[in-house]
Design a protein around this ligand. Structure first.
Ligand SMILES: *Cc1c(COP(=O)(O)O)cnc(C)c1O
Length: 386
């Protein structure tokens, strides 16, 4: 969001600090209080003029968080969930048994896993499709297709789908579109501005940013027909975050823009150096000059986040040895936190993954870039040179 809206004060960084907050009228407190109450008092006439009934349905901290999340994605409304996966499940629960779903073939393995297991049993059908190829998506649409699940940039290969073309195609067929925007974060991309119906985030990643909270969010465009149905699933199913997690996430959103931009700057420096390194084969990042869809990167992304991957020249074993040799990078899954992480992705994703077994995935944190580079350089020495 680079330009002010009608009110003239709504650039991204300003919204991230102010949206959903107000100075407490009683105490003057500048930061919101945490409201742990599960239940709220009725008025004498039995109504709830103060807006809350029971915390599964709504809670002041969740309301503040949802207000801010909607503003950051330019959506009409946001729904916060207990995890990205709970948010994913809630979107899939909008569908009926027998409906057909198309999903990006290298989408987050957990999203594919849900379709392969719980929702297969529930009667949803799905096909994996290369959503970077709009023609392939058009060819895969069936009369019973109801949902197009796009992850762009995808993880870890960082494919970029043409959101506007896919949005137009889906609306011709009355198919709901979702873009999992976890990798770019709202700092890098706002899919609702490019014809998507829904945006999904695992708030566990950049939105939370400190590897200390689990959360998910769905933000919908104006006049999304199933908005109330989604709200009903959230409040009846109850996969909602605690008041404390909502408070902590709202606090983290204030620094989202500076964190992501600093992390992405370091990632760019490291990628430039890895490009020149003899042990490195290919670097994968949505904004990398080698990306097959440069024009899409320009059209959709202000930044591509600080998660990237590279393949090593060698075998799976070489990639494993590199990962084992880092000292500053922690060997752990996840991304978006202030601490840098490294992993051998294919062994996490397991059988059926398209991720090459020589691929190493890095999530760049907020450490000094020269310290990160020194660590990678010494770890790269562990790759066999023959
Ligand atoms: C982590 C992740 C998810 C799932 O989120 P959880 O908070 O772990 O349930 C979904 N999509 C992407 C791209 C992710 O990285």
């Amino acid at each position: 969001m680079d330009s002010p809206d009608d009110q003239g004060i709504t650039r991204f960084e300003t919204l991230a600090v102010h949206e959903g907050r107000q100075v407490d009228p009683v105490s003057g407190a500048v930061t919101p209080a945490i409201q742990p109450s599960t239940t709220f008092e009725r008025d004498a006439d039995g109504g709830y003029s103060r807006g809350h009934v029971y915390s599964r349905q709504s809670n002041p901290n969740r309301q503040q968080l949802e207000t801010c999340l909607a503003a950051l994605e330019g959506g009409q409304s946001a729904l916060a969930f207990a995890s990205g996966s709970a948010a994913t499940m809630s979107i899939l629960q909008l569908l009926r048994p027998g409906d057909h779903v198309l999903i990006t073939d290298d989408a987050y393995h957990g999203s594919r896993h849900l379709l392969d297991t719980l929702f297969r049993q529930w009667g949803l059908q799905h096909d994996r499709v290369d959503t970077t190829d709009t023609e392939a998506v058009a060819a895969a649409i069936r009369p019973d297709t109801r949902l197009l699940w796009i992850e762009s940039p995808s993880n870890p290969l960082q494919g970029l789908s043409d959101l506007e073309a896919l949005g137009a195609l889906a609306s011709e067929h009355e198919i709901i579109t979702v873009c999992d925007n976890t990798l770019a974060s709202p700092v890098g991309q706002n899919p609702l501005r490019h014809g998507m119906d829904l945006v999904l985030h695992s708030s566990t990643k950049y939105l939370g940013g400190h590897s200390d909270l689990l959360g998910g969010a769905v933000i919908h465009r104006d006049n999304f027909a199933q908005a109330q149905a989604l709200r009903d699933i959230q409040s009846a199913g109850g996969a909602v975050p605690s008041a404390f997690d909502c408070w902590l996430l709202l606090r983290s959103l204030s620094t989202l823009s500076v964190r992501v931009r600093a992390q992405a700057d370091s990632a760019r420096t490291l990628m430039e150096r890895l490009d020149e390194h003899p042990a490195v084969e290919t670097v994968f990042h949505a904004m990398h000059p080698n990306h097959p869809h440069r024009a899409r990167a320009k059209q959709y992304l202000r930044g591509g986040g600080a998660l990237f991957a590279f393949t090593v020249r060698g075998k799976a074993d070489d990639a494993m040895r590199l990962v084992a040799a880092t000292r500053l990078f922690t060997r752990a899954t996840s991304l978006g936190g202030v601490e840098s992480l490294i992993e051998h992705r294919a062994s996490i994703e397991g059988p059926g993954t398209r991720t090459p077994d020589t691929l190493v995935r890095l999530s760049i944190g907020l450490e000094h870039v020269e310290d990160l580079w020194a660590d990678l350089q010494q770890a790269l020495e562990h790759i066999r040179k023959d």
